[in-house]
Design a protein around this ligand. Structure first.
Ligand SMILES: O=C(O)COP(=O)(O)O
Ligand SMILES: [Mg+2]
Length: 226
């Protein structure tokens, strides 16, 4: 089969890309800090710590609140109890469902490559009724490494049955972790500019940026014909 004739895969990051999950993560973080009589964090602080997965999140929280890193495991354990069904405050970003529907209708295999734990990812995809759109979902505990390592994105592409040599495969994300992961594979990276990134966009390697998912299907098609 000529792989260049098949629709090419489009893989998505989750937190800060498809969904605004920071309010739920913030609520769980502060619930755990309250249980431990520790000072609370603002939504902006917690949002700035998201992207590397649960362990990195709590490393950053322990450092910011000057809590001993050797107590981190207790905080993480309490956090996971809250996090596993933290869906109430999470919303899809505008026009995400329509954009995913257009890409799926055009035959693009769609995947998720997130640093969020797999069970939490599956719960939120089911809650938002978009799980059926994705042929492969790789979470932060699905393979041994997490983004920015290339392994999770390589595993997602393999799970979609994609030819790793297909130069048209695309990764769509919001953060430094995603940009570095895409470069390491390498695959072209489209960056959603309204996510949780801390670095100026010009400093991150990317093919294109967008601030509205209504523009994404056009960008995906333009990439293949460029
Ligand atoms: O859970 C995180 O910290 C990041 O998740 P993401 O990879 O979907 O952005
Ligand atoms: Mg993200």
């Amino acid at each position: 089969m000529n792989v260049c004739m098949a629709p090419w895969p489009v893989v998505f990051d989750l937190d800060g890309t498809l969904i605004d999950s920071a309010p739920d993560i913030h609520a769980c973080v502060n619930s755990v800090l309250t249980q431990h009589d520790s000072p609370l964090l603002t939504l902006d602080q917690v949002r700035s710590f998201i992207g590397g997965g649960v362990d990195v999140l709590w490393q950053k929280i322990m450092a910011a609140q000057q809590l001993p890193q050797d107590c981190k495991a207790d905080y993480v354990a309490a956090f996971m109890i809250c996090y596993q069904d933290a869906t109430q405050l999470t919303r899809l970003f505008p026009n995400v469902v329509d954009a995913l529907g257009v890409l799926a209708d055009r035959g693009h295999p769609l995947g998720i490559c997130t640093n969020k734990p797999l069970a939490v990812t599956q719960a939120i995809l089911a809650h938002l009724d978009i799980a059926h759109l994705f042929g492969c979902v790789i979470g932060g505990d699905s393979v041994a490494q997490r983004k920015p390592h290339p392994a999770p994105l390589q595993a997602t592409l393999a799970g979609l049955g994609a030819d790793p040599a297909d130069p048209r495969a695309i990764y769509v994300g919001d953060s430094e972790f995603d940009a570095a992961c895409a470069s390491a594979v390498p695959v072209p990276f489209l960056i959603y500019s309204r996510g949780y990134r801390q670095t100026p966009i010009e400093q991150l390697p990317h093919l294109a940026q967008f601030d509205d998912f209504a523009c994404l299907p056009g960008l995906v098609e333009r990439h293949a014909t460029a």
